[in-house]
Design a protein around this ligand. Structure first.
Ligand code: BG6
Length: 486
């Protein structure tokens, strides 16, 4: 049977098409999809931005960025095919006339390429324009529900606190139904994050032990070696709590802790994740210092766009508990930050030590517990650490690893997050996008942390760039017997 392309007939309308996200992620992802023949007949792209440039100039820039991305693998013929699908439309986000001419472009293209009236709107502009753009989409009838479907993809940040997120959601839901909104969290598209569910569901050895009786604690880690780079202005207003914790870190936590629904549908999984996020135990202000360490890398204040005396946090380590029968008393340690020693993300499940002693009648302490490590990046894979006997002895315990390196085996070419998320949204599959209720619960919990950070700038710990982070954060885990950052 002939393989169906994942991107069916539709027009993808990118607002913010000259921005960093479009050139760094969206266009390269479209190029890869074109190369894999995933873009079907009737699929077209309308790149919309404020810059009054020609299509030729736009394509030139887009091509350069794709070339940077693909390096030696760039194929002119693939680019030529993709180029044919792209139009450029200058538009001031507040100008009604501009939306009218955009509408004309869309109708003409519909006729010309056979996009069947399907519309995939992508908000890649600055979040401050999201409400205005969606209002105009409705007012100027940029879709026709009698003819085809409409969907909206929204980039993070989805608001900057609970109130602003609620306001944004109200504005978007005046135009789009929840089933039509695809809130992007690119961590949900990472292979090993998606594998979390499969590993539990498809292996009898893990699911029965995935609970407080057997698990001592969980670590969820995503560190970066780079600083804020050219995003200082945005980042200084956000900090790591808004930029990483409220979304990527809590989503990884939710997927680790979730109850597996009997029927694994997008709806059921998202409902279960929401229950986990609702069960996050809120912090009391006076105990927060014990549970969270915030840091800032030295040199951050000199980065372009960053305020001179800023107390914005670039690092957070947090001890989190859930009010959930499966996880009562089990700490989830979150660690994330910029300007650290390595770029890496992983989830580690540390099991309890076995009860009693071992080794043929001799009393021996077992020192290393079992661990299941999901390496998310740069290498993808699973490592199971367990104890065995040192060959040649009867009572010497030897901790060893079973190591499955996914991208060593299959090659480094697993599809990138943005290829997958465009394909899923075009198919209408919401499994790896966040439901509004999840976003709301995450803000509710994170807002307390953000408020505390704002009130206590003096609590920020400074750390050397390229280090492991502030020593106080190391203590957050190391003060508990048998635990250390992994
Ligand atoms: C983004 C944050 O959502 O995720 C960035 O805004 C961060 O600040 C990035 O660098 C990390 O993503 P990844 O996939 O590189 O780990």
């Amino acid at each position: 049977m002939k393989k169906q392309p994942s991107m069916e007939a539709c027009l993808m309308i990118i607002f913010g098409a000259t921005g960093d996200l479009t050139f760094r992620k969206l266009i390269p992802a479209l190029y890869q999809l074109e190369k894999k023949k995933e873009l079907g007949n009737g699929f077209g792209v309308v790149a919309v931005a404020r810059k009054p440039i020609s299509l030729k100039a736009y394509l030139q820039k887009a091509k350069e960025r794709v070339k940077t991305h693909t390096g030696e693998d760039f194929e002119e013929s693939v680019w030529e095919d993709l180029k044919e699908r792209i139009r450029y439309q200058p538009l001031e986000f507040s100008n009604e006339n501009d939306y009218e001419s955009l509408n004309e472009t869309l109708s003409n293209l519909d006729q010309k390429i056979g996009a069947r009236g399907n519309r995939l709107f992508y908000m890649a502009a600055s979040p401050k324009y999201f409400e205005e753009i969606s209002r105009h989409i409705k007012k100027k009838d940029l879709y026709n529900e009698k003819q085809g479907w409409k969907r909206l993809m929204v980039e993070k940040p989805f608001g900057r606190d609970l109130i602003s997120a609620q306001k944004l959601n109200q504005a978007l839901t005046k135009v789009f139904q929840e089933e039509e909104i695809f809130r992007v969290d690119h961590y949900l598209m990472k292979e090993m994050v998606q594998d979390l569910i499969m590993i539990r569901a498809a292996n009898q050895i893990f699911e029965p032990t995935w609970n407080r009786e057997h698990i001592d604690h969980v670590q969820i880690i995503s560190t970066e070696s780079e600083g804020v780079g050219t995003r200082g202005e945005y980042y200084d207003q956000a900090g790591v709590l808004r930029d990483m914790v409220q979304n990527h870190m809590l989503q990884m936590l939710a997927l680790t802790a979730v109850e597996l629904p009997g029927n694994l549908t997008a709806k059921n999984l998202r409902e279960e994740k929401n229950k986990i996020l609702q069960s996050l135990i809120p912090f009391k202000e006076d105990s927060l210092e014990e549970q969270m360490v915030l840091g800032q890398y030295q040199g951050y204040r000199e980065e372009p766009g960053v305020a001179e005396n800023t107390s914005t946090e670039t690092y957070a380590a947090i001890r989190v508990f859930l009010n959930h029968p499966r996880w009562l008393g089990v700490p989830f340690y979150l660690k994330t930050g910029k300007g650290l020693k390595e770029k890496a993300a992983r989830i580690v499940i540390q099991y309890r030590l076995p009860m009693g002693s071992c080794c043929l009648g001799k009393t021996k302490e077992i020192e290393e517990p079992n661990r299941l490590t999901l390496n998310i990046q740069p290498l993808e894979g699973v490592v199971l650490s367990f104890n065995t006997k040192q060959p040649g002895t009867l009572d010497t315990i030897l901790p060893v690893n079973m190591d499955f390196c996914q991208n060593c085996l299959i090659g480094m070419n697993t599809p990138e997050a943005y290829e997958k998320l465009l394909g899923d949204a075009a198919k209408g599959d919401q499994t790896s996008f966040t439901h509004w209720k999840e976003v709301e619960a995450s803000w509710k919990w994170t807002d307390t942390l953000i408020d505390w950070a704002g009130k206590h700038p003096e609590k920020i710990k400074f750390y050397e760039k390229g280090s492991q982070g502030p020593p106080e954060a190391i203590n957050l885990v190391h003060r508990e017997p048998g635990r250390k950052w992994l």
